[in-house]
Design a protein around this ligand. Structure first.
Ligand SMILES: Cc1cc2nc3c(=O)[nH]c(=O)nc-3n(C[C@H](O)[C@H](O)[C@H](O)COP(=O)(O)OP(=O)(O)OC[C@H]3O[C@@H](n4cnc5c(N)ncnc54)[C@H](O)[C@@H]3O)c2cc1C
Length: 390
């Protein structure tokens, strides 16, 4: 882990390098980082989720942007399908070697949380798929070499996924200026009769939803680890300041309101870390943890924002200075409570596992009592392991 920490710190010290994840991944020591969760069959180290969260935590502690330097990222969607790791072996080898960097394009101008409202459509004709539509709020817009695109299969409500190179004919990009993650680009992608071969489909035609669900389950765990790391980094700075900053004749750390808060935040970060580690272990053992992962990201993300906001206040004026990075952390974290699922939505998913499908569906003004994902009835219950123990 120390070796990894040094490798990740090196990336941060070369700030210009932060602009280009592809560059990180093609250079030592980042190329080691890119292969951490790449399956062994594809030439990687094949680390399980319970190990990857430790690396994501270190990355987040240094800079949240660095979560993109670690592992295969959204390329792991290529593993979430029945054809197995071999079917996209060429892509995975290039991702591991640092030549490819995969972005994900799901969100649209009028469909974010409400994934069923997607308007981007794919038409399956003569062995190829023709895609038309528009995606918005896509991070890594100019850095990604390829995008995995989620679209509706024409004349159905099913979803499919395909991977395509960024320079495919018919694709255009528009940058959207933003405040968070200043070193990464963000924006829109338009698809105008973009053609991809059937071999670029991830999973079966119409079988995209369960693949996305599995991917998001793991991705949110990794993201939460980085968010907790980011909060821990800020908290360490605040603790150091409590010990060294003097006011009214002694260190500010003697004031009881700061003592109460610092203890509470340290404890809560640790509790969510334990929750996260338990979910990661369970997923590694083959269990479905969609709801738990959603809840963990919501609670971890919102807590991280609170911790960093409190750290800014504890550092006083120094808290808003660039040398501490705290305001940038705050902006990035606020953005991350929306990205990969907004906290409210994620808690709603968790509540679904407690109060049941009927109430969940009626909350969305839908009358169906059984929700189906890719033909499989959802039968989630929050914390089933814990219930089994009683
Ligand atoms: C930094 C960042 C990076 C991103 N990167 C990508 C990317 O690479 N690829 C990609 O595809 N997308 C990306 N996104 C988009 C992201 O996935 C969406 O922003 C997210 O899914 C929320 O969708 P929305 O912004 O349309 O918000 P909306 O869905 O419009 O929701 C707005 C708010 O309305 C409320 N709300 C909506 N529905 C409900 C409900 N049913 N119950 C309760 N409250 C509700 C919530 O408070 C929610 O926060 C990124 C976003 C950010 C901020």
């Amino acid at each position: 882990m120390d070796h990894l920490k040094n490798a990740i710190s090196l990336l941060k010290s070369n700030k210009d390098g932060l602009r280009c994840p592809k560059k990180w991944r093609s250079q030592y020591p980042t190329n080691v980082l890119a292969t951490l969760d790449l399956p062994e069959v594809n030439g990687g180290l094949g680390l399980p989720l319970q190990e990857m969260i430790k690396v994501f935590r270190i990355a987040g502690e240094i800079d949240l942007t660095l979560r993109d330097a670690i592992g295969i990222g959204h390329a792991s969607l290529l593993l979430e399908q029945s054809r197995g790791a071999e079917s996209f072996a060429d892509y995975l080898r290039e991702v591991g070697g640092g030549n490819y960097f995969i972005g994900i394009a799901m969100t649209e101008p009028s469909a974010g949380s409400d994934i069923r409202s997607l308007e981007t459509v794919g038409k399956n004709e003569h062995g190829q798929v023709v895609i038309n539509g528009r995606k918005k709020y896509i991070l890594r817009l100019m850095e990604a070499t390829h995008f995995i695109v989620l679209f509706k299969c024409e004349n159905t409500s099913s979803l499919s996924l395909a991977i395509l190179p960024r320079d495919s004919e018919g694709i255009s990009y528009k940058n959207i200026p933003k405040s968070a993650f200043p070193l990464q680009t963000f924006g829109e992608i338009s698809f105008n009769n973009v053609k991809v071969g059937e071999q670029s489909l991830i999973g079966s035609w119409g079988g995209g939803m369960p693949i996305i669900v599995n991917h998001l389950t793991k991705w949110r765990i990794l993201t939460t680890a980085a968010l907790l790391g980011c909060a821990s980094g800020a908290l360490s700075l605040a603790i150091e300041w409590m010990r060294t900053r003097e006011a009214f004749g002694g260190p500010i750390g003697r004031f009881s309101h700061l003592q109460q808060d610092v203890a509470s935040y340290a404890g809560r970060i640790h509790m969510i870390w334990i929750f996260l580690s338990e979910i990661a272990r369970s997923i590694d053992s083959g269990n479905e943890k969609y709801l738990e992962s959603a809840l963990c990201k919501a609670e971890g993300g919102d807590l991280a924002v609170q911790v960093v906001r409190w750290s800014v206040k504890t550092l006083g004026a120094r808290g808003i200075c660039e040398e501490t990075d705290l305001m940038q952390r705050l902006l990035d974290l606020e953005a991350m409570t929306i990205a990969d699922g907004a906290s409210d939505l994620l808690r709603m998913q968790a509540a679904r596992g407690l109060t049941g499908e009927e109430i969940y569906e009626s909350g969305l003004s839908r009358s169906r009592t059984v929700n189906r994902v890719g033909g499989k009835a959802l039968n989630y219950m929050l914390f089933p392991d814990a219930i089994d123990e009683y």
